[in-house]
Design a protein around this ligand. Structure first.
Ligand code: FMN
Length: 328
C-alpha cells in the first residue's frame, strides 16, 4: 500500500473538527501514530450540567470519526474504524487504521465535500415537504452505520415528542446552572474558535411553534419571524444502549447529516428532552421496542446560514512517537 501523504491526514483532521458538537464545545482530541488516528474524548469539554455522562460528547466524537473516515475514503484510502477498542481507556473513543487503497465512489466524494458545507440551521425552514426519496436516503445513511432514523410523523410519536421538547425547554429555562452553562457557550463573537456565535442563532419565533428551538440560541436583536408549522423530525436510534452505542450513533448521525446536506436539506437539533432525566425517561419509553433514541433532528428546506469556527487542528492534535496518552 502506498503511504498516505501527510496532507491527506491534514485534510482528514480538518474534516474531523468540522463535526457538530453540543454548543460547539469540540470535546475531542486526536493522536496520530504512523498510519493510525485515534479519537479521544476530552473530558474538560464535556458539558457538566447538560451532559454529565458525556453522552452528547460521545455522539460528537463519533461524528468526528465519521468525518475522518469519509475524508480518507474520498482520497482513495480504505480505513477501518474500531469503536471503544480498549476497555482500560474509556476515553479512547475510536481508532482509525488505514487498510490499503480503494477507489472512492462518487457518493463518498459527495459526502466528503458536504463536510465543509454542513451546518446547524436554527432559522425558520420553508413549509415544504421533504420528498420520500430524500427521506429514504437519510434512513439508508443511518442503516449503513448501524443506526436507524425513525420519522416521527409516520409513527404517531410526533405530538408526545414535541411536547417533551417544550417541557424540557421550560425546565431548563428555570434551571440556573443550566442557564449559566448555556450562557457561557452561546452568543459568542463570530471569530470565537468555539461556542455558538450570535450569527448562528435564529430569530425569536413570532408565535410559539409545535416544537421549540433552544431559547439560549435565540438572537433577540433580530425581528421576530414565523417558523415552519410542523417540521419533519427524525430520531436517530441504535439497537443497543451505552457508550459504544453512543459513538456508533454519532457516526450514523453524521452520515445522515452529510447526506441531508448533499440532498440540499437544512438540519438542526432538538436535544432538550435528552438533557433532563424525566423527559429522557419518557423519550426512552416512547421508543421502547424500536431502539435507544440518541438525538432528534429537525429536517427541511431553508436558506444556508454561516459556518461556525473551530479550534485549529494543531490545538487538538498530538503526534505520538512512544506509547503514551494525549496530554489534556
Ligand atoms: C449531540 C449534539 C446535540 C446538539 N444539540 C443542539 C440543540 O439542542 N440545539 C441546537 O440548536 N444545536 C444543537 N447542536 C448543534 C451544535 O450547537 C452545533 O453542532 C455546533 O454549534 C457547531 O455548529 P455547526 O453544527 O453549525 O457546525 C447539537 C450538536 C450535537 C452534536
Amino acid at each position: 500500500m502506498s503511504r498516505p501523504l501527510p496532507s491527506v491526514f491534514d485534510q482528514a483532521l480538518a474534516s474531523a473538527v468540522r463535526a457538530p458538537s453540543p454548543h460547539n464545545t469540540q470535546p475531542w482530541r486526536f493522536v496520530v501514530e504512523h498510519e493510525v488516528i485515534e479519537v479521544w474524548l476530552d473530558r474538560e469539554r464535556v458539558l457538566a450540567v447538560a451532559d454529565p455522562h458525556g453522552r452528547e460528547a460521545r455522539l460528537a466524537c463519533g461524528a468526528a470519526a465519521f468525518n475522518l473516515q469519509i475524508c480518507l475514503r474520498a482520497n482513495g484510502l480504505a480505513a477501518v474504524v474500531r469503536l471503544l477498542p480498549d476497555p482500560d481507556e474509556p476515553d479512547l473513543v475510536a481508532v482509525i487504521r488505514l487498510d490499503g487503497n480503494e477507489k472512492a465512489s462518487a457518493a463518498e466524494r459527495k459526502l466528503a465535500d458536504a463536510v465543509f458545507r454542513r451546518h446547524t440551521n436554527r432559522r425558520p425552514l420553508l413549509d415544504k415537504e421533504v420528498p420520500v426519496v430524500a427521506r429514504t436516503a437519510l434512513k439508508s445513511a443511518a442503516l449503513r452505520e448501524g443506526g436507524q432514523v425513525e420519522y416521527l410523523d409516520a409513527s404517531g410519536r410526533y405530538t408526545p415528542v414535541a411536547s417533551l421538547v417544550r417541557q424540557a425547554e421550560a425546565l431548563q429555562a428555570d434551571d440556573h446552572a443550566f442557564k449559566a452553562e448555556a450562557a457561557f457557550w452561546t452568543h459568542r463573537d463570530s471569530d470565537s474558535p468555539d461556542g455558538v456565535p450570535k450569527i448562528a442563532s435564529g430569530p425569536p419565533p413570532h408565535s410559539p411553534g409545535i416544537v421549540s428551538l433552544r431559547g439560549s440560541h435565540e438572537n433577540r436583536e433580530l425581528p421576530e419571524r414565523e417558523y415552519e408549522r410542523e417540521p419533519l423530525l427524525g430520531a436517530v436510534l441504535t439497537r443497543d444502549r451505552g457508550p459504544h452505542a453512543e459513538v456508533r450513533a454519532g457516526m450514523a448521525m453524521q452520515r445522515v447529516l452529510l447526506t441531508a446536506t448533499a440532498e440540499g436539506l437544512a438540519t438542526s437539533f432538538l436535544s432538550q428532552p435528552f438533557e433532563t432525566p424525566r423527559t429522557r425517561e419518557s423519550l426512552d419509553r416512547l421508543f421502547a421496542g424500536l431502539g435507544q433514541p440518541h438525538t432528534l433532528l429537525r429536517i427541511g428546506y431553508g436558506y444556508p446560514t454561516r459556518l461556525t469556527a473551530r479550534r485549529p487542528v494543531k490545538d487538538v492534535l498530538t503526534h505520538r512517537t512512544a506509547r503514551d496518552v494525549p496530554a489534556s
